[in-house]
Design a protein around this ligand. Structure first.
Ligand SMILES: Cc1cc2nc3c(=O)[nH]c(=O)nc-3n(C[C@H](O)[C@H](O)[C@H](O)COP(=O)(O)O)c2cc1C
Length: 388
C-alpha cells in the first residue's frame, strides 16, 4: 500500500479506507448481497487483454470525443452519486468543478446532498441531470423543470432502483439517515480526524433536493426514505412520457439486456448506460463489460451506448470503447480520489493520463479508431484463454 502520493485509483481507495468513517466508506464502497456483481464488474475488465499495433506514429494523440452535439476532452464522465458528501464533505461541488475543469460530464443525482440550483452554475454545460422518477408525477415534473431551469440539457433516467438493494454492509453497520450519533460512530469519527475536520461547520448531508416534497423524511431510514420516494412503476410508457416532456438528449441508465435497449431505441431514447448500479442492486447481475457488446449490437446506430461499473484504470476505459461503448462513466473511483486528496481533480487526472498512455501503447493515437481489433483474441476468436 502506498503511503506516498497516490498514483492510481487503487491507491486512492487505500487512502480513503483510512480517512473516511467506516459507516460512510462502506456505504460507498459496498455492494448488494455477496458483492458478486461488484467484484465481477472489476474482475471482468481485468480478464480482457488488448492487442497493440505497431509500429505507429503516436506523437500526436487525441482523446476528444463528440457526444450529443458537443465535444468532451475524453470519453469518461462522473456517474451520479447519491449522498456523495457523506464520503467526503463538499464532494458534489468538487466533482462539478473537476468536471468543468477537465471538460468531462458530471451527472448530478436526484439523491445528491447539494441543491440542483447550487451545482448547476458551477458545472456549466458539463452537467447532466439524473432523475429518479417519483411515485407522484407532480414531483417528477417539478424535478424536471428545476433541472431544466437550472440549465441542465442532458437527462439521465435511472431505472434499476425500483426497489432498494440489500446492502449487507449498510445493514450490519446500522447505516441510517439521520446519522446515528452513538459511541460507535463517535469512535469512527475520532479515528478519522481529517474527515471530522473537513466536516466542521458543514451541514449534515441529506437528500436535500427531495426534502421539499417529503418534509418528514429526515426521520426515516435511508432505505425507507428512498423507497417512499422512488417509483417502482417506471416502465416503457413512463419513459415515452418523459421523452415527450424532455427536449434535450434523453439517456436511460441501468440497462443490461439487448431487448430492453432495442425497446428504448424505439421510444426515441438517445442513449443508454449499460449499468448494474455498481453492483448495488441485483447481486447476480452480469458484469457490465460482458453485457455491453450485445447492447451495442441491438442499439446499432440508433442510440449512444455507454457503460459504467468496475472502471478503475484508463485501460478499462479503452477496453469499453474497443467493445463498442461511445462513452464510459465511473462512480467510486472519483469518490476514492476525493477522500484521498480533498479534491475532485486528481482522480480525473490519473484516469486521463492513463487513458492517453493506453492510446499510445496500443498504437491508436485517435480515440475514434479504437475498435474491436484492439481486443486480443485467440485463433478461435475467444477473448479469453479457454481452460481444457
Ligand atoms: C455511493 C454510491 C451512490 C450512488 N448513487 C446513485 C444515484 O443516486 N443515482 C444513480 O443513478 N446511480 C447511483 N450510483 C451508481 C453509479 O452512478 C454508477 O452506476 C456506479 O457507481 C458505477 O460503478 P463504479 O462505482 O464501479 O464505477 C451510486 C453509486 C455509489 C457507489
Amino acid at each position: 500500500m502506498s503511503t506516498l502520493l497516490p498514483i492510481s485509483i487503487d491507491d486512492f481507495r487505500d487512502h480513503a479506507r483510512r480517512r473516511v468513517p467506516r459507516l460512510f466508506f462502506d456505504y460507498c464502497d459496498g455492494g448488494a448481497g455477496t458483492e458478486s456483481a461488484l467484484r465481477g464488474n472489476v474482475e471482468r475488465f481485468g480478464a480482457i487483454k488488448m492487442m497493440p499495433r505497431g509500429p505507429r506514429n503516436i506523437a500526436h494523440r487525441s482523446s476528444r470525443v463528440s457526444l450529443f452535439g458537443r465535444d468532451y476532452a475524453m470519453p469518461l464522465g462522473i456517474a451520479p452519486i447519491g449522498l456523495a458528501n457523506l464520503f467526503w464533505p463538499g464532494t458534489d461541488i468538487a466533482f462539478a468543478k473537476a468536471a468543468r475543469k477537465a471538460d468531462i460530464p458530471h451527472v448530478l443525482s436526484t439523491a445528491a446532498s447539494t441543491m440542483i440550483e447550487d451545482v448547476a452554475p458551477v458545472v456549466g454545460d458539463n452537467g447532466w441531470y439524473q432523475l429518479y422518477t417519483s411515485k407522484d408525477d407532480a414531483v417528477t415534473e417539478d424535478l424536471l423543470s428545476r433541472a431544466e431551469k437550472a440549465g441542465y440539457h442532458v437527462l439521465v433516467v435511472t431505472v434499476d432502483v425500483a426497489l432498494p438493494g440489500k446492502r449487507r454492509r449498510d445493514l450490519r453497520n446500522g447505516f441510517r439517515l439521520p446519522m446515528p450519533m452513538g459511541p460507535k460512530f463517535a469512535l469512527q469519527l475520532a479515528r478519522c480526524p481529517a474527515w471530522s475536520f473537513a466536516s466542521l461547520g458543514k451541514p449534515i448531508p441529506r437528500i436535500v433536493n427531495l426534502e421539499r416534497y417529503a418534509p418528514a423524511s429526515s426521520a426515516q431510514s435511508l432505505a425507507a426514505f428512498m423507497a417512499a420516494q422512488i417509483s417502482p412503476m417506471v416502465d416503457l410508457d413512463q419513459i415515452s412520457r418523459i421523452r415527450e416532456r424532455w427536449k434535450g438528449p434523453l439517456v436511460v441508465k441501468g440497462i443490461l439486456g439487448p431487448a430492453d435497449a432495442a425497446a428504448l431505441a424505439e421510444r426515441g431514447v438517445d442513449g443508454v448506460i449499460v449499468s448494474n448500479h455498481g453492483g448495488r442492486q441485483l447481486d447476480s447481475a452480469p458484469a457490465t463489460i460482458d453485457a455491453l457488446p450485445a447492447v451495442v449490437a441491438a442499439a446499432g446506430e440508433r442510440m449512444a451506448v455507454m457503460v459504467d461499473g468496475g472502471v478503475r484504470t484508463g485501460e478499462d476505459v479503452a477496453k469499453a470503447l474497443a467493445l463498442g461503448a461511445r462513452f464510459v462513466f465511473a462512480g467510486r473511483p472519483f469518490l476514492y480520489g476525493m477522500a484521498a486528496t480533498g479534491s475532485g481533480d486528481p482522480a480525473v487526472e490519473v484516469l486521463k493520463d492513463e487513458f492517453d498512455r493506453v492510446l499510445g501503447h496500443l498504437g491508436c493515437p485517435n480515440v475514434a479508431d479504437l475498435d474491436a481489433s484492439f481486443i486480443w483474441r485467440d485463433d478461435k476468436g475467444h477473448r479469453e484463454r479457454q481452460t481444457a
